[in-house]
Design a protein around this ligand. Structure first.
Ligand SMILES: [Cu+2]
Length: 606
């Protein structure tokens, strides 16, 4: 398949000559609609399996040998770092493969997924991909191998760990595609130190320049869940933060009462990725993923998937659960709520938001609906004791959206049910010892020198303020008027190249100057705090560490970063240097990203 930016060069007629039949698009450049006749809420909610670690010494050696030749810069594999990783890291071998998955009744759907057990009988690639579970301070090394190409369709990929602070050579820089002219091998090794994250709901997904939209749509995305560290293998590594965060989990999160002994009970801790797709006839087969490369506004589907299943159901106990939400759609914004009425949110049930992309918020916040733009995450507690035993509760979306430009207004009287929960009696396990209430203190972010010292920052400390405008330019998408070019550092509103220094605080003003479109902006490398939205303090639901922020029509948001060095104990233990180099920031409407709405910043040494 060709990329969207290539289509703009050769034009629609050229694409028709290439043959629309092979991509399922009709001669008017429109995707067909999914078939309408389906049994809703009859499939059980699936959970992607947990990825299996590599334990074979020979395979670990092979991964580290490859890392030694490939990784450069701050975390190049020195003798000291290699010895550290051999002793302490988790290793994974994950291939990207085509596979068949049952999504709708009848014909199976070809997906592009991740497989953590390549070559093992009975295990295929899946979407969402296998969940990588790790803890804060526990490094992860993954060899990704791309087996997606066919003789007629070469597929270039790369992988971004979204939410992590990773060395530049492991960040999935968009032009570091493999296999490609620059990286002819079909595999690459990625190192994730996990030093600068809290416990959080994060994910990994494709990030190849020009084709991210198609690759993610076909299935290349999975969860990466970070628990607070059990025991850091690095002495003196923020022990206060770890202890406090674990205590917070023990007392606040359902199923985590035993975190200090046997760990959290995963039955009450549920990751949910919400996506929309069009499934139609392609290559003569029904129920295939139809990706429309002509849709420059953003690809919108009419079939809703939760964890890869179409409008499934889950049996729950009448108790509290932790639900971890990820908006994994290409271009659709959601406003979620919980309702006994599958079509309306006129009598919403209470949800308690606990965490943003960066982990626990300063305060738990009670809500009746929650807006989630593409790539944003939110963890929330839902108490099914609000509903009688034997009843159904629906997760509903009350933002209708028919095109990639933007959603319609919030309409609680016209919602779409996405997931049905059937409430059964409460089991024998106790809810956590302290209930979560609106306004409960979770993890403070600022001005607490005892904890998260790297995150303590104040707007008065800012050494630079930068302006970035996200706008439309000649049918493509631009940042401050510039289209994405690999490693060309974006100029800010004062015409300086964006070159922040480690250890300094900066304020970035992000403005949507593109009229009727909306843009969620994702900034790599570090988490930020929101200071203002449209001149006002952010609402309680946006107070937390974030790395993706929604720019609605005409919105302007002010965010503050501290660009963080690797902690000293880590550097002493591993010999690794500070992560300096080029990182990107971009719109996470992935079609806009593919149409060049992406900039570069160069992180400099202190
Ligand atoms: Cu956008």
């Amino acid at each position: 398949m060709i990329s969207r930016r290539e289509i703009t060069k050769i034009g629609l007629v050229g694409v028709l000559v290439l043959g629309c039949w092979t991509i399922g698009i009709n001669a008017f450049g429109q995707a067909p609609k999914s078939p309408t006749c389906r049994a809703f809420f009859c499939n059980e909610l699936p959970f992607p399996r947990f990825a299996q670690k590599v334990t074979n010494a020979g395979e670990i050696k092979s991964i580290l040998d490859q890392a030694t030749t490939e990784l450069s810069g701050s975390h190049r594999i020195t003798t000291q770092l290699r010895a550290f990783l051999e002793q302490h890291a988790d290793f994974y071998e994950i291939t990207m493969e085509r596979a068949l998955q049952q999504i709708l009744p009848g014909e199976k759907t070809e997906i592009w997924g991740y497989n953590d057990r390549p070559g093992v009988p009975g295990f295929t690639a899946i979407t969402p991909g296998p969940t990588i579970a790790t803890t804060r301070m526990h490094p992860v090394v993954i060899r990704f191998t791309n087996k997606l190409s066919t003789p007629t369709e070469p597929v270039e990929t790369t992988v971004h760990y979204h939410g992590g602070h990773t060395p530049p050579s492991s960040d999935g820089y968009p032009s570091d595609k493999f296999p490609s002219a620059n990286f002819p091998s079909n595999s690459r090794v990625f190192l994730y130190p996990m030093t600068l994250t809290r416990g959080a709901t994060q994910w990994y997904h494709d990030h190849a320049v020009d084709v991210t939209g198609r690759n993610v749509y076909m299935g290349l995305a999975g969860f990466l869940l970070v628990d607070p560290a059990d025991n850091s293998m690095v002495p003196d590594m923020m022990p206060t933060a770890d202890t406090d965060e674990r205590e917070m989990l023990r007392t606040r999160i359902p199923g985590c009462a035993n975190i200090l002994t046997t760990g959290c009970d995963k039955r009450f801790d549920i990751p949910l990725v919400i996506q929309d797709r069009v499934l139609g006839v392609k290559g003569g087969k029904a129920n295939q993923l139809i990706y429309n490369p002509f849709d420059f506004d953003g690809v919108i589907g009419d079939t809703f998937l939760v964890n890869g299943a179409n409008q499934p159901f889950m049996e729950v106990e009448r108790r509290k659960y932790l639900l971890r939400f990820l908006n994994g759609s290409n271009a659709r914004v959601y406003q979620f709520g919980f309702s006994e009425d599958p079509k309306r949110l006129t009598h919403p049930l209470e949800i308690m938001e606990m965490a943003t992309e960066g982990g626990a918020m300063p305060k738990a916040t009670a809500q009746t609906s929650m807006l989630l733009a593409m790539a944003e995450r939110a963890e929330m507690i839902f108490d099914f004791a609000q509903v009688a035993v034997g009843r159904d509760v629906f997760l509903v979306n009350c933002l209708q959206q028919t095109e990639g430009r933007r959603p319609d207004d919030f309409t609680p009287q016209a919602c779409t049910p996405l997931l049905r929960f059937h409430v059964g009696p409460k089991g024998t396990e106790a809810d956590p010892p302290v209930a979560t209430n609106d306004g409960d203190t979770m993890l403070p972010l600022r001005n607490d020198p005892a904890r998260h010292i790297e995150e303590v920052m104040s707007p008065q400390d800012a050494v630079a303020t930068r302006e970035f405008k996200f706008e439309r330019s000649h049918g493509e998408w631009a940042v401050n008027g510039e289209l994405f070019q690999a490693h060309v550092i974006t100029r800010d509103g004062e015409d300086r190249e964006a070159r922040p220094r480690l250890g300094t605080v900066e304020i970035w003003n992000l403005t949507n100057s593109s009229g009727g479109w909306v843009h969620p902006i994702h900034i790599h490398a570090d988490m930020f705090e929101m200071l203002e939205r449209n001149g006002h303090p952010p609402g309680p639901e946006e107070q937390g560490l974030k790395e993706t922020v929604y720019l609605g029509r005409g919105d302007s948001v002010r965010v503050m970063f501290k660009f963080i060095s690797q902690p000293d104990p880590w550097s002493r233990a591993t010999g690794a240097e500070d992560d300096i180099g080029d990182y990107v920031f971009h719109c996470h409407n992935v079609e806009h990203e593919d149409m060049a709405m992406m900039g570069n910043f160069n992180l400099m040494g202190p």
